[in-house]
Design a protein around this ligand. Structure first.
Ligand SMILES: Cc1cc2nc3c(=O)[nH]c(=O)nc-3n(C[C@H](O)[C@H](O)[C@H](O)COP(=O)(O)OP(=O)(O)OC[C@H]3O[C@@H](n4cnc5c(N)ncnc54)[C@H](O)[C@@H]3O)c2cc1C
Length: 488
């Protein structure tokens, strides 16, 4: 008889795990509290515009290829990928921006023209980043985070100093241009912590950026979700929407016996939760939780965000598909996220206009705009604050890109801390999980298997390997392999 596995949530990690577990022959049901699948990667459609609500940078295409290859498939069986050119653009001041080419040789030239001699340093930095990428992404991040020994290989031992140095130091060793420093420090922001708090080994993100490039699935990131759902369905996974899990039921032997879903009890033999880890533990009685509130409070969480999805009645100029606005003090904003949480004095922000390269995301002659300001998790969130910051960044946007856009806004929707909590049960309204710092890497992260409840497992951005879409795909694989290994 097939064994039953219920998966809580339908984000990237849950979908990934559902495919692996169904392939192993388990009877898999995904329970999603919201009315659409995809978790933080859901889609929002309005008046002919389409927005990805969350992730928009498709990096590390090899990880997606590896996922689909495990099922004899390719990404192109489900969606069309375009390599963006430029990959992205970074603003440093009024009419002052640099475009990151899709071509490495052009990037070297750009570095050299900004700072004489920097191309040589970039080359050796990227050689080390590529070697780290091969060690990390081909091997280490696929380990279950059970033992410190997983990190000990001849290759990692040779790089041990890189775990105790940090990205900020490493980048600044040879590069002096503040623009180039900002560009090189940007990729690790995806890992959720300050560059000064992220081990230098994580420079493999720079190889992901310059070496592998920035891609866009035509139709948006949601196409990847649709592809995974299609794969999962073909493998026999059942999906239940509007299925809010209210409690995990445990028998006297500390085995999972069922779930309380929308007030009704359903029986199950194993639960894998892809919902935020902290929230999942609150579905258990207190004595069955592994981590205290104090534990969570001490952890470095990735930022929350204030987001705006904006429909513009005209095409936007002087910006690219992905545009970063790094014209203000990076250190001050980081301090206001991590050290002294408050609404940022002068925030850095990010904008994307997917309709510049993908005509499916806005009606002809119009532009779909997505704006993101990173914020401290748990911060006060009011309509007034959202509105004030919208004007703050749009004023800056207009000035920096030398155009008027406010009068062309057809509609806007905001999303912030309160929504992250309400929509995803996110701890303190974090946007993308628990950061990858030295003390929050591998076996030092919340574990994939509960140590207090039999047959309860976790996946997603608060466990191994960490935040981001590629790690979520990997997390689902790790969790399902552990379930199989434990002979459930
Ligand atoms: C604004 C934003 C921008 C981002 N940008 C990028 C990017 O450009 N590139 C990138 O790689 N990554 C990006 N990320 C990070 C990436 O989106 C996440 O790391 C990843 O999608 C997380 O997947 P997950 O499976 O861990 O969790 P989630 O996607 O959060 O899935 C958890 C699911 O569990 C459900 N759930 C919660 N509680 C319950 C319950 N009680 N019952 C039933 N269901 C429940 C939730 O509704 C949700 O669907 C971004 C994230 C955000 C928010």
């Amino acid at each position: 008889m097939k064994k039953d596995i219920h998966i809580i949530g339908s984000g990237f990690s849950a979908l990934s795990a559902s495919c692996y577990l169904a392939k192993e022959g388990y009877n898999v049901t995904v329970l999603e509290k919201n009315e659409t699948l995809g978790g933080r990667a859901r889609q929002y459609k309005k008046d002919g515009f389409t927005f990805d609500l969350g992730p928009s940078w498709y990096w590390m295409p090899d990880v997606f290829e590896r996922f689909f290859a495990d099922f004899g498939k390719k990404p192109s069986d489900y969606y069309v990928l375009d390599k963006l050119s430029p990959g992205y653009e970074v603003y440093f001041g009024e009419n002052s921006s640099l475009k990151i080419s899709e071509n490495l040789e052009d990037i070297y030239k750009m570095f050299e023209s900004e700072e004489k001699g920097s191309a040589k340093h970039l080359k050796s930095f990227l050689d080390s980043a590529k070697a780290n990428y091969e060690i990390a992404v081909l091997d280490i991040v696929y380990k279950p985070g059970i033992s410190p020994l997983e990190l000990v290989t001849t290759k990692t031992v040779a790089r041990v100093t890189q775990f105790f140095s940090n990205i900020r130091k490493e980048v600044r060793k040879n590069i002096k241009s503040s623009k180039l420093i900002k560009i090189l420090e940007f990729p690790v922001l995806f890992l959720g912590a300050k560059p000064s708090n992220t081990p230098a080994f994580y420079n493999f993100m720079n190889y992901a950026d310059f070496g592998l490039g920035t891609w866009h699935p035509r139709g948006g990131m949601y196409k990847v979700i649709e592809g995974m759902v299609s794969l999962a369905t073909s493998l026999g996974v059942n999906f239940e929407l509007n299925a809010n899990v209210e409690k995990i039921l445990i028998d006297k032997k500390r085995n999972v016996s069922g779930l309380l879903v929308n007030g009704k009890t359903i029986e199950t033999t194993l639960v894998l939760s892809g919902a935020d880890y902290h929230h999942t533990e609150t579905l258990l009685d207190e004595d069955l939780r592994q981590y205290s509130e104090k534990y969570w409070d001490k952890k470095t969480f990735a930022p929350s965000s204030l987001l705006f999805y904006v429909g513009f009645d005209k095409k936007i100029e002087n910006a690219s598909h992905h545009t970063l606005f790094f014209d203000t003090d990076f250190d001050l904003h980081a301090e206001e996220i991590y050290d002294n949480p408050k609404w940022p004095t002068n925030p850095l922000f990010y904008a994307n206009f997917t309709s510049m390269t993908d005509n499916t995301s806005a009606p002809e002659g119009k532009e779909a705009g997505f704006f993101l300001i990173p914020l401290a998790p748990g911060i006060e969130d009011t309509e007034e604050l959202r509105e004030a910051y919208f004007h703050k960044i749009l004023d800056r946007f207009e000035k920096l890109t030398n155009q008027e856009v406010k009068s062309s806004i057809i509609f806007k929707r905001s999303f912030c801390v309160k929504d992250f909590k309400k929509e995803y049960n996110s701890y303190k309204g974090n946007a993308y999980g628990m950061a990858n710092t030295l003390l929050q890497t591998a076996f030092l992260r919340p574990s994939i298997k509960s140590s207090k409840v039999n047959n309860l497992y976790f996946t997603g951005q608060l466990t191994v390997p960490g935040p981001g879409v590629p790690p979520a795909l990997i997390s689902g694989k790790i969790a399902s392999e552990l379930i199989k290994k434990n002979k459930f």
